[in-house]
Design a protein around this ligand. Structure first.
Ligand code: DGT
Ligand code: CA
Ligand code: CA
Length: 576
C-alpha cells in the first residue's frame, strides 16, 4: 500500500464530494485535496507513519484532520475505505481519468455519465465520435471541441507525473543506490534533471565496478513493483508510485558523454549533434569522436560542449529554444540559483486556509534559510478559504509586529495579503489597509471564464491601483487538472513593468505558474519576477526548488528576481 494509492483515493473522494451540491462539503473537498497532495509529495511511507504513531501521527501531516486520519487508518487496517466505496457506488465513474481532461470538471463528468453513460476515457471517446456530447444541455459545439482538445492533450500527458512527485522519488533511489556501496556518481538525467514540470520516466545513471550486482540491487529495491527489462548494464522497472525508471551503468570513461546524451532533451541533442557533424565529428552516448573513430573527449559533460566550441549550459535550458546559438556565442547567462533566494513573498497561516500558525510558519521559514517572509492571507471574498476583512488584517498585523520583536535578527516578517482581484478589477480590501502592507500580492480566484480581453483588463486594472506588489499565479492553471484562464501575458508583463509589480513564479508542483514559456515571453519586458512557495503549511517551503527550476527553464537571472534582493532593497523597490 503506497502513498500514491491513498493520495489518489482521497483526491477522488474530493471530486465525488464536489458532486454533492451541498455547500457544507466545500471545506471538506479542499481538505481532501490538500491531504491528497501532501501525502503524494511526502517522503515517508504513510503506512509507516501510522504503524509508528497511529491515527495521531497521521493527524500531524498537514491537511489531515480527524476524519481523514480515520479513513486512512481504516484503509491501512482493512484494505477498505467506506467513505470512498459509498461515494463510488453513487458515482460509478472513473473520476480521476475524466477530470484529468481539461474541459471536464466533476460536474460535467457526472452529466456525461447520467446522460451518455460515459464512465471513462474509452466511453468518452465513443460519445465524442458520435457527436453526442454537444447535444447535452450546458455543453454545445464549443464545449465538445474543447473536450476533444483536452482529450488530445491528455493522451500526450498520459502517464506523466508531476516533477514534485517524481524528483523526490529519484533522489530516494539515488540515496539507496549510493548507500549500497555498489555504485558511484549516481545522478538523475532526463526530464527530471531539466526540471521539466512533468516527467515521463526517470533516467538514473551511475558508474559501477560490479554492474551486475548494481542491476540486481536496483531491481530488488522496495520502490519497485515490476521489473520490465533487465540487462547487464540497463534495467527498466515500474515503480510503485506509478512511473517507469531506467537505470544505466556507464563506463567511467564515457560518463560525461552519457550524462549529456541522456539529459537531453532530444531536440537539444539533435542540434548539438548537427554541430558535431559540421565540425567533422561524431557524437553519441559514448563520446565525441573524429571521423576515424578516434575519441576526442568523453569523460566530462563540460568538455563535450567545449570541444564543440560551445559554452556549457544548465540542463534547464536544454530545450532547443535558442540555447545552442547562445552557447556558440558564449553568452549563456548565469541563471538564478536556489541559494540566491533570500525570502518568500507568498504564504498563508491557519487564520485563513493554511495549516500552521504564524509562529510555526515563521519558524519553518527561518529553518529554510529565508531572511524574510511575507504572510499573505486570503481576503474576504474568498469564502472557502475563510478570507479576512480589513479589520481582521489590521489585528493580524499587530501579531506580526509582536512576532517581529521576538525573531528580530533571524528573519523579518512582512505584512501582506493575497488580495482577491474582484470581477471588475477592484481589490478586495480598502486602500488604507493595503497601504499598511509591506507586500501586497494580488490574484484572480473567481470568474475564470472571462474572455482574454476582459481578463487581461481586469488584472491590469488591479495592477494599476498602485497598491499591489506581486501578481500571484498569473494564469491560474493547475497542471493536468485545469487550463489557465485566458490572459495576454505580454500585455500583463508590460503593465507589470509600468506599475512596478513582480510576476509570480508559484512553486507549487501542480502550479508552476508562470511556466517556462510564459517567463520567456514576459522577459521581453523589463519586468521583475517573484519566486514564491505560496506555503500553506510548514512543509511547503521545500517547494521553492521547483519554482527556481522553472525560473531557470525560463532563463531568468537573479537580477530579475525581486526576492533575490535583501529585505531593505526589496522594500525600497516596493516604495515602502
Ligand atoms: P520524459 O521521460 O518523457 O519526461 O522525457 P526525457 O527527456 O527524460 O526523455 P527519455 O526518458 O525518453 O530519454 C532521456 C533522454 O535520452 C532524452 O532527453 C534524450 C535522450 N534520448 C532518448 N532517445 C533519444 C533519441 O532517439 N535521440 C536522441 N538524440 N536522444 C535521445
Ligand atoms: Ca525520462
Ligand atoms: Ca527514459
Amino acid at each position: 500500500m503506497d502513498n500514491k494509492l491513498i493520495a489518489e483515493m482521497l483526491d477522488e473522494i474530493a471530486d465525488m464530494l464536489s458532486l454533492e451540491e451541498k455547500p457544507t462539503t466545500r471545506f471538506e473537498i479542499r481538505a481532501y485535496k490538500k491531504a491528497s497532495l501532501n501525502i503524494a509529495t511526502m517522503q515517508e511511507p504513510i503506512e509507516e507513519v501510522y504503524q509508528n504513531g497511529g491515527a495521531k501521527a497521521l493527524m500531524e501531516i498537514p491537511g489531515i484532520g480527524k476524519g481523514i486520519a480515520g479513513n486512512i487508518e481504516e484503509f491501512i487496517k482493512t484494505g477498505k475505505m467506506k467513505k470512498y466505496s459509498d461515494l463510488k457506488k453513487k458515482y460509478p465513474v472513473n473520476m480521476k481519468e475524466l477530470t484529468s481532461i481539461q474541459g471536464i470538471g466533476a460536474k460535467k463528468a457526472i452529466l456525461l455519465y447520467r446522460n451518455l453513460k460515459v464512465k471513462d476515457i474509452k466511453t468518452l471517446k465513443d460519445a465524442l465520435k458520435l457527436h453526442k456530447v454537444k447535444e447535452l444541455p450546458g455543453f454545445g459545439e464549443k464545449s465538445e471541441e474543447s473536450i476533444e482538445k483536452g482529450l488530445a492533450m491528455y493522451e500526450a500527458e498520459k502517464g506523466r507525473m508531476l516533477l514534485g512527485e517524481a524528483l523526490p522519488e529519484a533522489e530516494s533511489i539515488i540515496k539507496k543506490l549510493t548507500a549500497s556501496g555498489l555504485v558511484e556518481n549516481a545522478i538523475v538525467a532526463g526530464s527530471s534533471r531539466r526540471m521539466r514540470e512533468t516527467v515521463g520516466d526517470l533516467d538514473i545513471l551511475a558508474i559501477s565496478k560490479t554492474p551486475d550486482k548494481a542491476m540486481e540491487f536496483f531491481a530488488g529495491m522496495d520502490n519497485v513493483s515490476d521489473v520490465i527489462l533487465k540487462g547487464p548494464t540497463k534495467t527498466t522497472v515500474r515503480l510503485k508510485i506509478g512511473l517507469n525508471c531506467d537505470f544505466r551503468v556507464l563506463e567511467p570513461k564515457s560518463f560525461g558523454a552519457g550524462v549529456q546524451y541522456f539529459t537531453g532533451s532530444r531536440d537539444h541533442n539533435i542540434q548539438v549533434r548537427t554541430i558535431a557533424v559540421k565540425n567533422g565529428y561524431k557524437l553519441n552516448e559514448y563520446g565525441l569522436f573524429d571521423n576515424n573513430g578516434n575519441i576526442i573527449t568523453s569523460e566530462r559533460e563540460e568538455s563535450i560542449y567545449e570541444e564543440l566550441g560551445m559554452q556549457w549550459m544548465p540542463p534547464e535550458m536544454r530545450e532547443a529554444r535558442g540555447e545552442v546559438k547562445l552557447s556558440l556565442e558564449h553568452r549563456i547567462p548565469r541563471l538564478v540559483e536556489l541559494g540566491d533566494i533570500k525570502g518568500d513573498l507568498h504564504s498563508h497561516t491557519k487564520e485563513t486556509d493554511g495549516s500552521n500558525s504564524l509562529e510555526e510558519m515563521v519558524g519553518a521559514a527561518i529553518e529554510s534559510g529565508f531572511e524574510y517572509l511575507a504572510v499573505t492571507n486570503h481576503t474576504k471574498s474568498l469564502k472557502i478559504a475563510r478570507g479576512m476583512d480589513d479589520k481582521q488584517f489590521i489585528k493580524f498585523f499587530e501579531k506580526i509586529d509582536r512576532i517581529n520583536e521576538k525573531v528580530s535578527g533571524k528573519i523579518t516578517v512582512l505584512k501582506g495579503a493575497e488580495v482577491d482581484i474582484l470581477k471588475n478589477g477592484e481589490l478586495d480590501l480598502s486602500n488604507k489597509t493595503l497601504k499598511e502592507m509591506d507586500c501586497a500580492v494580488c490574484a484572480v480566484h473567481s470568474f475564470f471564464n472571462m474572455n482574454e480581453e476582459e481578463m487581461t483588463a481586469r488584472v491590469i486594472k488591479a495592477m494599476e491601483s498602485g497598491l499591489v506588489n506581486v501578481l500571484a499565479h498569473p494564469t491560474g492553471r493547475l497542471i493536468k487538472e485545469r487550463q489557465g484562464y485566458r490572459i495576454n501575458i505580454e500585455k500583463i508583463a508590460d503593465a507589470a513593468e509600468r506599475n512596478n509589480v513582480a510576476l509570480e513564479i508559484n512553486s507549487w508542483p501542480d502550479r508552476l505558474d508562470l511556466n517556462d514559456t510564459n517567463i520567456l515571453l514576459a522577459s521581453k519586458f523589463n519586468v521583475m519576477f517573484s519566486i514564491d512557495t505560496d506555503s500553506h503549511s510548514t512543509s511547503n517551503f521545500r517547494f521553492i526548488r521547483y519554482g527556481v527550476g522553472t525560473a531557470r527553464r525560463g532563463w531568468l537571472k537573479k537580477e530579475s528576481v525581486v526576492n533575490a534582493m535583501g529585505v531593505k532593497d526589496l522594500l525600497k523597490k516596493f516604495g515602502k
